[in-house]
Design a protein around this ligand. Structure first.
Ligand SMILES: *[C@@H]1O[C@H](CO)[C@@H](O)[C@H](O)[C@H]1NC(C)=O
Ligand SMILES: *[C@@H]1O[C@H](CO)[C@@H](O)[C@H](O)[C@H]1NC(C)=O
Ligand SMILES: *[C@@H]1O[C@H](CO)[C@@H](O)[C@H](O)[C@H]1NC(C)=O
Ligand SMILES: *[C@@H]1O[C@H](CO)[C@@H](O)[C@H](O)[C@H]1NC(C)=O
Length: 346
């Protein structure tokens, strides 16, 4: 089922439950406290949102709500950090330019960043009332494969997708590869994390194996969690809107391939990935997840959670630690990457 249909049903069905809110940009730079803690710089550029206790390394015991003085997220008790890689446009002369980010539908005034969903339920089955469990302090996860360059590599992470947006609210069809045509409004990337936790480990060496997809079906179809990962969590999903339309009047590849390249050199789109570091205050997330509600304002009212204004979100940031040029026309991507098409194209 397509997301546009989901959205219609979500709005129509009072018992369905999905928390949707935005977080503005906190910083864009080569830092990665999850996969490469302590590295200044990390391998590739990221765009990060959330609490301003974000830093080069983040001890899992760190009290993120206590150490943050602000957050770029709409829910003022959410000091988590959420991040993805960054998109670049590759011109025909081989130079790269960073693709700016936009807010999202209903969050147009936000400074870039990403929209977060915590899906509480099989959102197009309003009769399902299964409880979902919030994450705990110190919990982290990663999804995707930076090295993936074929659809087979990417297929293991089945819900990491692109939408070529011809209109601002278009949400389908979703593809696993970069769109190859000019999208009138931009490209949306969506990252859906697995929803079954092993109930023991807050993290794992690959930042993935403590989590699993449902044993059969999907989160949305109410698929059961495997015995190894019995705890059903909310489905975390990111949406990022890339303002690719500003490149539509430049020359594009003559062979019909996409001119977009992830900051780690992937020109196929299959290497897309997301990082999550939980940092909600106290039981704020569980309180919201326990309230059957839709979207930020209803969820805030139903759970008595405070929201902050988009202006306040936009004001929160952290100073950049890595001093390098990530914008302008670059002859190579920061970290020295060049566009790579993997086996099929090189
Ligand atoms: C939230 O939305 C539900 C479903 O539309 C509605 O029944 C409820 O009254 C709303 N809550 C508030 C506080 O507006
Ligand atoms: C971030 O980490 C750096 C390097 O470890 C440290 O010097 C700096 O004080 C930290 N910043 C904050 C705000 O904690
Ligand atoms: C490469 O192409 C872009 C887009 O047309 C242009 O703005 C840039 O100046 C070019 N760079 C070089 C080194 O020619
Ligand atoms: C990631 O993709 C690479 C390249 O195909 C593959 O060798 C590797 O096994 C994959 N890793 C995971 C965890 O899927």
């Amino acid at each position: 089922m397509h997301w546009t249909t989901l959205l219609t049903l979500v709005l129509a069905a009072p018992c369905s439950a999905v928390v949707r809110f935005h977080c503005s940009q906190l910083v864009v730079e080569r830092i990665d406290p999850l996969v490469e803690p302590g590295s200044i710089p990390s391998a590739h550029v990221h765009q990060i949102v959330g609490g301003n206790s974000f830093n080069v390394s983040m001890d899992p015991k760190k009290d993120m709500p206590a150490e943050s003085t602000c957050t770029t997220c709409q829910f003022s008790e959410d000091f988590s950090n959420y991040w993805t890689a960054v998109l670049y446009f590759r011109a025909q002369n081989g130079s790269y330019k960073r693709v700016p980010q936009l807010g999202n539908n209903q969050f147009e005034k936000a400074k870039g960043g990403l929209t977060i969903y915590y899906m509480q339920d099989a959102i197009y089955d309003p009769d399902q009332k299964s409880k979902v469990t919030a994450f705990q302090p110190g919990f982290r996860m990663f999804i995707g494969n930076v090295s993936a360059r074929t659809i087979d590599d990417a297929a293991r992470y089945r819900q990491l997708t692109y939408v070529c947006m011809d209109t601002w609210t278009m949400r389908a069809p979703e593809t696993m590869a970069f769109p190859t045509r000019k999208c009138k409004e931009g490209i949306m990337t969506s990252i859906r994390f697995p929803t079954c936790w092993d109930g023991k480990n807050l993290d794992s060496p690959d930042h993935m194996s403590h989590m699993s997809y449902p044993e059969t079906g999907t989160f949305e179809s109410g698929g059961p969690c495997p015995a190894t990962h019995p705890v059903r969590t909310a489905q975390v999903m990111y949406e990022v809107v890339w303002d690719t339309k500003i490149f539509n009047n430049l020359e594009w590849p003559k062979d019909g391939s996409s001119p977009f390249v992830w900051s780690f050199g992937d020109a196929t789109g299959f290497g897309t990935h997301g990082d999550y570091v939980f940092g909600w205050k106290g039981n704020a997330l569980q309180r919201i997840l326990d309230a059957p509600c839709n979207f930020y304002s209803n969820c805030s009212a139903e759970s008595q959670s405070k929201l902050q204004s988009i202006d306040a979100m936009n004001k929160c940031s952290v100073p950049t630690v890595v001093d390098e040029n990530i914008d302008g026309w670059l002859t190579e991507l920061p970290g020295g990457y060049q566009a790579s098409y993997g086996h099929s194209h090189e």
